[in-house]
Ligand binder design. Structure first.
Ligand code: AMP
Ligand code: ZN
Length: 116
């Protein structure tokens, strides 16, 4: 996929603050964090969104969640809890068309804002 920011990060062609690099997924810090702790977990394979998934892509979602779970444990955020979010399409708040799982947490008093 050409001109995909997240494909460029996965390939190492674009700088990112990478926190995990696994066989199927890469995780990096969100450049404009919406929470004190905000990581994006992306598959190495380019799939534009959950809406664009094909039958064989279903295991990717499990891999993204497993990767997020491990990062949550390694960072200690699992102790207080976290949110996992997929935005789907423009109306769902998706601006980058390469599937990504938002891993969010670290709010004061463990209280996520209602609008996230
Ligand atoms: P979404 O709105 O679900 O498509 O989320 C895209 C996220 O990617 C936003 O939270 C952006 O802040 C983040 N983002 C955009 N470009 C970069 C980048 N180069 N490195 C890290 N995060 C990025
Ligand atoms: Zn891509």
């Amino acid at each position: 996929m050409t001109n995909c920011i997240f494909c460029s990060i996965v390939k190492g062609e674009r700088q990112a603050d990478i926190v995990a690099s696994k066989e199927e997924c890469v995780a990096f810090k969100d450049i404009q964090p919406k929470a004190p702790f905000h990581i994006l977990v992306v598959p190495r394979k380019h799939v534009a969104s959950v809406a664009e998934m094909e039958d064989g892509d279903a295991p990717l979602i499990g891999q993204l969640i497993r990767c997020a779970k491990v990062i949550a444990e390694e960072s200690g955020i699992d102790k207080t809890g976290y949110k996992l979010v997929f935005n789907v399409g423009r109306g769902g708040g998706q601006i980058i068309d390469h599937i990504h799982l938002h891993l969010l947490g670290g709010w004061n008093n463990n209280e996520p804002p209602a609008n996230i």
